[in-house]
Design a protein around this ligand. Structure first.
Ligand code: PCA
Length: 157
């Protein structure tokens, strides 16, 4: 199993969450909530209002998200879904545990709150330079007051 940290449309309550919990794509287990150890610019860009974590450590904010354990099949699905490596690259990053669920795991393998885990994150180095000038967020919400709701794939022209 691999660990993935999602910060965008794949989080609970966000537009692509149904893809995350569709068991056709492989095995997924929610493990907890986390926060990037480093700061990164999280922007909403392009005409479809897509969230991107720009891979520029030290700029922007520490970003919140959710930690999932996924099997190889799900990891492959997510790579295709996120157009990796063209649009995003799946990059290992240090994530601080904010809250842990993992009820099924014994206490000795349960990471303590504030401990640091390495997780894959769909971040990008292949962004357009002007995106650096967009507002930076610390907690993505498609339905937030920025009024830049994510445009679902099936609604794009
Ligand atoms: N999906 C991935 C990357 C950005 C997005 O919308 C995620 O939620 O982490």
């Amino acid at each position: 199993m691999a660990r993935v940290f999602v910060y965008g449309t794949l989080k609970k309550g966000q537009p692509n969450y149904p893809y995350m919990i569709n068991c056709m794509h492989g095995a997924v287990r929610f493990q907890g909530r986390g926060l990037t150890v480093e700061k990164y610019p999280l922007v909403i860009a392009g005409k479809y209002n897509i969230p991107y974590l720009l891979n520029i450590p030290g700029m922007g904010h520490r970003v919140t998200g959710e930690i999932y354990a996924v099997d190889d099949q799900m990891l492959q699905f997510l790579d295709e879904f996120e157009n990796c490596p063209d649009m995003y690259q799946r990059t290992p990053m240090r994530i601080e545990v904010v809250q842990w669920k993992g009820k099924s795991s014994p206490p000795e393998v349960t990471p303590a709150v504030n401990s640091i885990l390495e997780c894959y994150v769909y971040s990008t180095t292949t962004y357009q330079p002007e995106w650096i000038n967009l507002p930076y967020y610390d907690n993505y919400d498609s339905f937030g007051k920025h009024r830049l709701p994510y445009v679902l794939r099936e609604s794009r022209d």
